[in-house]
Write a protein that binds this ligand. Structure first.
Ligand SMILES: Cc1cc2nc3c(=O)[nH]c(=O)nc-3n(C[C@H](O)[C@H](O)[C@H](O)COP(=O)(O)O)c2cc1C
Length: 363
């Protein structure tokens, strides 16, 4: 009896110490990982995390997040902070990532067929700017691989699946790629996000404008309706947009989203602008810039969307969140939820709890 109590006490103390030390451990681990080329450190850290989860060790690092759940798109989110798309493109690691405290995890972007993406190097750290440039080009193992992973779900938070089109698919056949992905992921996704904003697939961002956008949205809605009847459940669809738009373009996007009753908008993807990184040696690398320099332009997009949407469609705010205060600003600009990617790399998992609790305290 006494031994049992002692053992329990020992594990409770160990858990507290591990959590307390986690921030410091992350700083050390990040410095070591930053000695490796970016793509290698990405793969190594995810492999380690995945192994930690399978061995049952990662749960010792799971934070206790003191906040109320949030209801958005008819879904109940344990907290308002999610992992943005692109970190776990194939859904190989979402069970592990979920244990770090994310209220939701978005996996993908996945395309109907596997593709290798752009040649390496294609990922660059701008350490001084706390930023990343990537031109990965939707490297992924194809939607069927992701679906097999999604079937092995242990993660209890909300799972989003982000879908895109293959590079080889002509723009005027893009809808067919999105439909194929919807067919495959619908039974396993809590929400689906439609990526029309990556700068690394030629022509993809043109789908955000004019007739191409409206006919894509119309097609996606038809597909969503058919699938909801087939599967007897309604899976919300979010559309992810770019930050590189004028206010008039953002307003026009908002109107199209309203016209087609899209369930949410994710703002924003990476930017092609290099205005805020003039001194980086990587500034001339092609691709999308994310992290701290993106924070203001993405918040601006959220503000313009919020005014145009008048609360009729929820906004998921993403772009340059490096602190709890950045996350609060996104909510104050009109977002209902936020996502992080670069901030997770630079600041570590402690950012999840800090941001979630700060948002919850806003009430
Ligand atoms: C290396 C890398 C890969 C990404 N891949 C994707 C992707 O496949 N699909 C997508 O919708 N967004 C992708 N993104 C964009 C992020 O989801 C996010 O919108 C963007 O990085 C801004 O957030 P952040 O400043 O917190 O990083 C990627 C970002 C990075 C840095």
């Amino acid at each position: 009896m006494l031994n049992n109590r002692r053992a329990r006490h020992f594990f409770v103390c160990l858990r507290h110490i591990l959590k307390y030390r986690f921030c410091h451990m992350y700083a050390i681990a990040r410095n070591l990982l930053f000695c490796l080329p970016p793509e290698v450190s990405h793969d190594v850290s995810l492999d380690l995390m995945g192994a930690g989860e399978r061995l049952g060790l990662l749960k010792f690092f799971s934070p206790t997040i003191d906040c109320a759940p949030v209801e958005v798109m008819g879904l109940r989110f344990p907290n308002a902070v999610g992992l943005a798309a692109g970190l776990d493109k194939n859904g190989d690691y979402f069970n592990a990532l979920g244990q770090l405290g994310f209220g939701f995890v978005e996996i993908g972007t996945v395309t109907p067929l596997a593709q290798t993406g752009n040649p390496q190097p294609r990922l660059f750290r701008l350490k001084d700017e706390k930023a990343i440039i990537n031109r990965m080009g939707f490297n992924n193992k194809g939607v069927q691989h992701l679906v097999e992973n999604a079937k092995q779900r242990r993660y209890r938070g909300v799972l989003g699946i982000n879908i895109g089109k293959n590079k080889a698919t002509p723009e005027d056949e893009a809808l067919s790629d999105y439909e194929q992905c919807m067919d495959a992921v619908y039974p396993y996704a809590d929400y689906i996000s439609v990526n029309v904003s990556s700068p690394n697939t030629p022509g993809l961002r043109d789908l955000q404008f004019g007739e191409q956008f409206t006919s894509l949205l119309a097609g996606i809605k038809v597909k969503q309706k058919a699938l909801s009847e087939t599967h007897g459940k309604y899976v919300p669809v979010a559309v992810k947009i770019a930050p590189d738009m004028s206010d008039e373009e953002i307003q026009s996007v908002a109107q199209s989203l309203l016209d087609h009753a899209i369930d949410a908008v994710i703002a924003t993807n990476t930017t092609v602008s290099r205005e805020l990184v003039p001194n980086s040696c990587h500034r001339d690398e092609m691709g999308g810039l994310s992290g701290a320099p993106l924070v203001e332009s993405s918040t601006h997009v959220i503000s313009v969307l919020s005014e145009a949407l008048k609360g009729q469609i929820p906004i998921i705010g993403v772009g340059g969140i490096m602190s709890a205060a950045d996350a609060e600003e996104k909510i104050e600009a009109g977002a209902s939820l936020v996502q992080i990617y670069s901030g997770f790399i630079y600041e570590g998992p402690s950012l999840i709890k800090e941001a979630a609790e700060a948002i919850s305290a806003l009430g």
